[in-house]
Design a protein around this ligand. Structure first.
Ligand code: ATP
Ligand code: MG
Length: 233
């Protein structure tokens, strides 16, 4: 459903992605792993149209997305939950959620989607009027996920959701990912927690130095060997 072909992109004169190709199949969970600076976040930004491509193409449902401005991507069914969560600290939990339904097409469903987010993350409901800046790290990640789901996206791009969270919260987070997957959503998960990411994934792509160096079905991945080969220095 998402087809990334031969993509080069970067920041100004600095190129980061080198001829990246990847297929993201519908209804499955694809994880992108790799060391710091590999270009994982940059690839998600390229998919969302936040940075221009200097080569290659990205197609969604057969249609190129390069010319679609980022604010129209939600309308096309893609949403990103960015690295570092990017929630608005001086706004309440509920107001942050509502921002996820900002595009006109999604406003009508906002109330129902909000209730769905509260059902998925009951702790957010208890704290709906609390300022987002006072949430714990785990609650802030739930809020970022809930906001990403407000437009009821077909494809969800999630960048390092487990970063800085306690192990028990990380487990909850992966339960949530499993649930989103069972709802039939297409998920692209960027993770540093290789073990957990591979366990929940259908497909695994390993990036290094702006290139895809390994693509495998998750069930064929030997995590120990992968870490030995690519993460140990
Ligand atoms: N806004 C920017 N301007 C210039 N260079 C950038 C910018 N953002 C990232 N880079 C560079 O692009 C390269 C890839 O960064 P990217 O954030 O995509 O890596 P990553 O794989 O997501 O790493 P991490 O696991 O640490 O999040 C790095 O060398 C980084 O310094
Ligand atoms: Mg990153």
């Amino acid at each position: 459903m998402l087809e990334i072909s031969d993509v080069r992109a970067g920041y100004g004169a600095i190129n980061v992605l080198w001829d990246v190709s990847m297929q993201i199949p519908e209804g499955q969970l694809t994880t992108i792993i790799g060391p710091n600076g590999a270009g994982k976040t940059t690839l998600l930004r390229a998919i969302m149209g936040l940075i221009p491509l200097s080569q290659g193409s990205i197609r969604f449902d057969g249609q190129p997305v390069e010319k679609t401005p980022t604010w129209e991507m939600l309308g096309r069914g893609l949403a990103m939950i960015p690295e570092g969560r990017m929630i608005f600290k001086d706004m309440s939990v509920e107001e942050n959620l509502m921002l996820g339904a900002f595009p006109k097409a999604h406003r009508a469903g906002a109330q129902a989607n909000c209730e769905r987010a509260f059902e998925m993350f009951p702790r957010l409901k208890e704290r709906r009027r609390q300022m987002a800046g006072t949430l714990s790290g785990g609650e802030a990640q739930m809020l970022a996920m809930g906001r990403g789901l407000m437009s009821d996206p077909k494809v969800l791009l999630i960048d390092e959701p487990s970063l800085g969270l306690a192990p028990v919260i990380v487990n909850e987070l992966f339960d949530t990912l499993q649930r989103l997957k069972s709802e039939g959503r297409t998920i692209v998960l960027v993770e540093q927690n290789t073990h957990k990411a591979v366990a929940v994934a259908d497909h695994v792509h390993l990036m290094r130095g702006g290139k895809v160096v390994l693509s495998q079905a998750a069930r064929d991945v030997d995590v120990a060997e992968l870490q030995q080969r690519y993460f140990a220095h």
